[in-house]
Structures are given as structure tokens and as C-alpha cells.
Design a binder for this molecule. Structure first.
Ligand SMILES: Cc1ncc(COP(=O)(O)O)c(C=O)c1O
Length: 375
């Protein structure tokens, strides 16, 4: 491991640290991978939610991007981005904000999966002479929303949407339960097949213009063929996290996000370290609890990134973390004031706890990025 610049240990903790070199490498790997398999990426901006990260993810202001809130769409639109998919089912009351962005020339696309939403869209469109661009969500794995690919509702909704219909979107969130390359490849194929099947229904019904959008970080990394798919979405691949490591999508060394914390005390009877990073800094996400390797509230590393085998943040309260020292570790090796780095279970959740990120640039200088907050 390389020595670290002084500023890393001089900031007040806890703080979120992003490693720019790893971020860049994660971003370029997936872009090339998807393009080599015949499609293109529509990166999901929701993990880091900063204008700075968007500059790494999008080659120009018209590049396709995905957002998970209208607050993101509005912030990216203000910064000049024009091609945004809001990939959470639309609440009718939010159509006003969607229309306001579309009237500014932003191609903000929306998502839905039921007739009540379709009617809200068409009524708004007719009343205000507003055009929309709408994806129908397809359920490729039974994990959340969407219409099953063989369900005739796909055609019914597309017809009802008329000129507002744009395409079919699915997100194989169920792929997070996989942990072998074979299972991940099969899941990616299942995700693509779902939109292929739904698209065939549309074609048979005479609807021939249909964009297809698939993706999650695991399926984008394991899909073998995307040439008949218009676009692939992924988000958490930018920084990765311990959940993705357990799935087999990345290694520890690819994780570009950590929380820097300070040791504030010891419980010598119990052989515990106490730190100043509780769930307010790490999040309450316990995504690895159901996986083969459980890292509790995060994997502990030295400040230079050296992995401390077997050390996790075992429990948290609001502003305290407890690290139980196992065999081979001694409290005197971890004095009060020493800093550590914690790799997150779920990068999107951990980043959400931090309004500002500190970035270790490739030239080892220090940058700060502001998170876009709210909905
Ligand atoms: C609709 C949609 N597309 C894409 C993604 C990105 O997936 P990942 O977080 O695996 O990168 C998500 C994540 O929640 C999502 O909800």
C-alpha cells in the first residue's frame, strides 16, 4: 500500500472518502464492457448524487443518465444535463415537476406500471398539451414492481399512452441474491429476455418503436450479449461496496468509498475499540447480513487502505462504533486518536449519510464534492 497524503489524517472524522483512481477505473471498465457487447450505458447517478461524479460518468451534457429522485433531475438539469430517466414509478402529483423540466428542453423520461399512472399522464398531457416520454416497467425477477413480460397489460398500457410511450425498462434487483458467475450470467440473460418477450408482444400488436433498458451492477458486469438492447443501467459500480464484493462483482481493492473514523476509547474487558463512527456515518444498512460473509457495519482497514483481516464494526449506536478485536489483535496497537477506514456495506446508503465527500485525487490532492439531497 502506498503512503497517504497528510490531509487524510488531518480532517475531522467521521468523513466519507472517495478514491478517484478507483472510481475512474470502475467507471471506464463497465463502459467499455457494455459497449463491447453491443449496447451503451445509461449510468445511474444515485450512488454519489454529485455534479462532480456526473462529469466522470457522462461524456457530455446530452449523455443518457438515470436518476432516482426529481431533486437529482432538477439539479442535473440546472447543470445543463438534458437526457435523464427518472427510474422510480411516477406519482401523479409529481407530473408538474416533470413537465416543468420538459418545458425547459430536458428530455426527462418517466416510468410506470399501472393504468392509474397511465391515466394521470394522459389526463395531464391532454389538459396542458404536454408531451411525456414514458417507459413501462417490466418485472424480470419478481423482486419489486413492474408487469410480467407475458402480461397483455403491456400492450394495453402502451396503446393507452399513445405518443407518450417510449419503451420498456427492467431492473434485475433480484440478482443481488446471486454469488456465482454462472448464476449472474443466467440472471443477466433473464433480465434481457424479459424485455425481449415484452417487446415481442408490442411488435405483434403493431407497436414497433420501442427502446429497451435493462440493468443492475451485477447483471451489467455478467451479461454476455446486449446487442439488441438499447441501453444498460448501473449505479453502485462507481464505488462498489461489500455487498457487491460478496456477490462476486468486485474485489475489496475495487471499493472506492470508505468512512474515515477515529478511535476514541477502549473497553479492555471486552477487547473492544470504540470509534466516532456510528450508524450516522456508516448507515444502518446491513446488506451483508444475508450473504455468505457478513461484515456487520463495515470492514476495517488502516488509513492507507491495508485490510485488517477479521475486523469489522460489529455494532453501532448513533455516533459510536464498536470494533471487537479478535485473535491476534491487541488494544495497545490501536491507540486513542488513531484513524481507521471502514469499507461500506452499501455505498448508496453510506454516501447518503454525508452531505460532503472528501476525494483523494489521483495526484493525491484533496477535493470536496457536495451531495444533492432531498427528493
Ligand atoms: C431502476 C434501477 N435501475 C438501475 C439501478 C442500478 O442498479 P445497481 O444499484 O445495482 O447499480 C437501480 C438500483 O436500485 C434501479 O432501481
Amino acid at each position: 500500500m502506498s503512503t497517504i497524503p497528510d490531509w487524510i489524517t488531518q480532517l475531522d472524522t467521521p468523513y466519507l472518502l472517495i478514491d478517484e483512481a478507483k472510481l475512474k477505473s470502475n467507471i471506464s471498465y463497465l463502459k467499455q464492457r457494455v459497449e463491447a457487447r453491443g449496447s451503451h450505458l445509461r449510468p445511474h447517478l444515485k450512488t454519489l448524487r454529485t455534479l462532480e461524479a456526473a462529469e466522470y460518468l457522462l461524456s457530455n451534457k446530452d449523455s443518457p443518465a438515470t436518476v432516482s429522485t426529481l431533486a437529482e433531475a432538477e439539479a442535473y438539469a440546472r447543470a445543463g444535463y438534458t437526457n435523464l430517466l427518472y427510474a422510480v414509478g411516477i406519482a401523479p402529483a409529481k407530473l408538474k415537476r416533470v413537465a416543468a423540466l420538459r418545458q425547459q428542453g430536458i428530455n426527462l423520461q418517466i416510468l410506470l406500471d399501472n393504468m392509474a399512472q397511465v391515466q394521470a399522464v394522459t389526463q395531464f398531457a391532454n389538459q396542458f398539451e404536454q408531451d411525456f416520454s414514458v417507459f413501462i416497467e417490466i418485472d424480470s425477477d419478481d423482486h419489486r414492481g413492474g408487469i410480467k413480460p407475458q402480461d397483455p397489460q403491456v400492450v394495453t398500457l402502451a396503446k393507452e399512452l399513445g405518443p407518450h410511450f417510449t419503451g420498456l425498462m427492467t431492473h434485475a434487483g433480484g440478482s443481488y441474491a446471486c454469488n456465482t458467475a454462472t448464476a449472474l450470467r443466467a440472471f443477466a440473460e433473464q433480465e434481457c429476455n424479459a424485455v425481449r418477450q415484452a417487446e415481442k408482444q408490442l411488435n405483434d400488436a403493431g407497436i414497433n418503436s420501442c427502446v429497451t433498458s435493462v440493468g443492475s451492477t451485477p447483471t451489467a458486469h455478467f451479461g454476455e450479449e446486449f446487442s439488441d438492447i438499447s441501453e444498460v443501467r448501473a449505479g453502485v459500480y462507481t464505488t462498489f461496496d461489500l455487498v457487491m464484493k460478496n456477490i462476486g462483482v468486485c474485489d475489496f481493492s475495487d471499493i472506492a468509498m470508505s468512512v474515515v473514523t477515529t478511535i476514541i476509547g477502549h473497553n479492555k474487558e471486552k477487547n473492544w475499540l470504540l470509534t466516532d463512527s456510528g450508524w450516522m456515518a456508516l448507515s444502518r444498512d446491513r446488506g451483508t447480513a444475508s450473504q455468505d460473509n457478513d461484515y456487520a457495519y463495515g470492514q476495517v482497514c488502516k488509513t492507507d487502505g491495508t485490510f485488517l483481516d477479521g475486523l469489522c464494526v460489529n455494532s453501532t449506536s448513533q455516533e459510536h462504533g464498536v470494533i471487537e478485536l479478535g485473535d491476534g489483535y491487541h488494544p495497545e496497537d490501536f491507540p486513542v486518536g488513531q484513524q481507521l477506514r471502514i469499507l461500506p456495506n452499501h455505498a448508496c446508503a453510506t454516501a447518503a449519510m454525508h452531505p460532503v465527500y472528501h476525494v483523494l485525487m489521483s495526484d493525491r490532492s484533496h477535493n470536496t464534492w457536495q451531495r444533492i439531497i432531498g427528493w
